[in-house]
Ligand binder design. Structure first.
Ligand code: HEC
Ligand code: HEC
Length: 271
């Protein structure tokens, strides 16, 4: 592995320890992480401090439960010109939305592109409810996405990367390994080459997306996977892409494949 340029890292106030390691470091040893590890794939859960994990695992104490409750309330609330709620068509989410999140992003015949859960929710809002789309990072969108994904809690991620998804998967994969920004680093430089190593105050994980939207203690609220992508792009001083952009939706598909078999953890809690 090319040694990371420490000077640049210090310049960007990132720092510490990264230059010392060589080789691919995905911990191959099984550490008894149970369902949070499948082969060499490990959820961020397994890299997160015990105190933070305890917050996630406490059903009442998980601060994202407020957003989950909000999503549940929105589910049955009529909105838009058609006078419908999600529940009008989808009835009980515990049944109809169970497992749905494991297969997203998914190819949409209608748009000819990949569609993530947020985008599918907005399609239902505009077409089936004749209601305004939710803004991507709004409280409503985060709440509804958390609610829908939470119906698949504990179920293994299983996105399709065959058939019409192939070119989108390839684009997402290319993005993942492309070096970018002033620090000239790819996603893989941090999340494939260095999981387990410290960067600033954080222990690097494999950068898995199975817990999103995640409640970040730093944000004091939940944020979408695309918000995280933007943050990671900015860390290397690269231009972030837009929320819901094709670039990020394809990247999300690649991450869905990377996470195959890992459980949907939404809403996870992270530093
Ligand atoms: C007028 C009926 C109607 C309403 C109202 C409606 N939907 Fe849908 N929804 C559908 C139909 C039809 C589909 C496509 C089903 C399929 O592909 O099998 C769908 C699909 C979905 C899917 C993808 C399911 C899958 O298996 O891939 C999600 C998620 C979803 N809707 C969420 C919502 C949410 C959240 C709301 C409220 C904001 C909502 N829908 C409102 C009719 C509706
Ligand atoms: C300079 C190192 C660095 C690069 C490059 C980087 N990230 Fe990250 N990323 C981090 C840090 C630090 C965290 C927080 C600790 C952790 O989970 O690794 C993080 C967290 C994440 C998480 C959240 C993991 C979880 O369990 O909640 C995802 C997803 C992620 N990154 C994806 C990406 C993607 C996709 C790219 C490429 C666009 C990328 N990262 C590039 C440093 C980086």
């Amino acid at each position: 592995m090319k040694k990371l340029h420490v000077g640049l890292l210090i310049g960007a106030a990132l720092v510490v320890g990264l230059s010392a390691i060589g080789g691919s470091a995905i911990a191959a040893k099984k550490k008894g992480w149970g369902k949070y590890q499948v082969d060499d794939r490990r959820s961020g859960y397994t890299y997160t401090a015990k105190e933070t994990i305890a917050i996630q695992d406490d059903e009442l104490g998980n601060p994202a439960s407020l957003w989950l409750d909000e999503g549940q309330a929105l589910w049955s609330k009529k909105d838009g010109k058609a006078g419908k709620a999600c529940a009008t068509c989808h009835k009980d989410a515990a049944t109809t939305m169970k497992g749905v999140a494991t297969s997203y992003p998914k190819y949409s015949k209608k748009t000819g592109k990949m569609q993530n859960v947020e985008q599918r929710i907005n399609q239902c809002r505009t077409e089936n409810m004749q209601a305004k789309p939710f803004k991507y990072e709004s409280k409503q969108m985060l709440s509804m996405t958390i609610y829908v994904k939470n119906q698949s809690h504990g179920m293994p991620m299983d996105v399709s990367v065959d058939g019409p998804a192939v070119p989108f998967f390839e684009a997402g994969k290319k993005f993942y390994f492309q070096r970018r920004g002033q620090l000239d680093m790819s996603c893989a430089n941090c999340h494939v080459d260095n999981p387990g190593n410290m960067i600033r105050a954080n222990k690097l994980s494999q950068g898995q997306g199975n817990g999103f939207p995640t409640y970040r203690l730093k944000w004091q609220k939940p944020g979408s996977l695309h918000r995280r992508f933007r943050g990671c792009n900015k860390q290397v001083r690269a231009k972030p892409y837009g929320y819901g952009s094709d670039e990020y939706t394809n990247l999300e598909l690649y991450l869905g494949w990377r996470a195959r078999g890992l459980p949907v953890e939404t809403p996870s809690v992270r530093m």
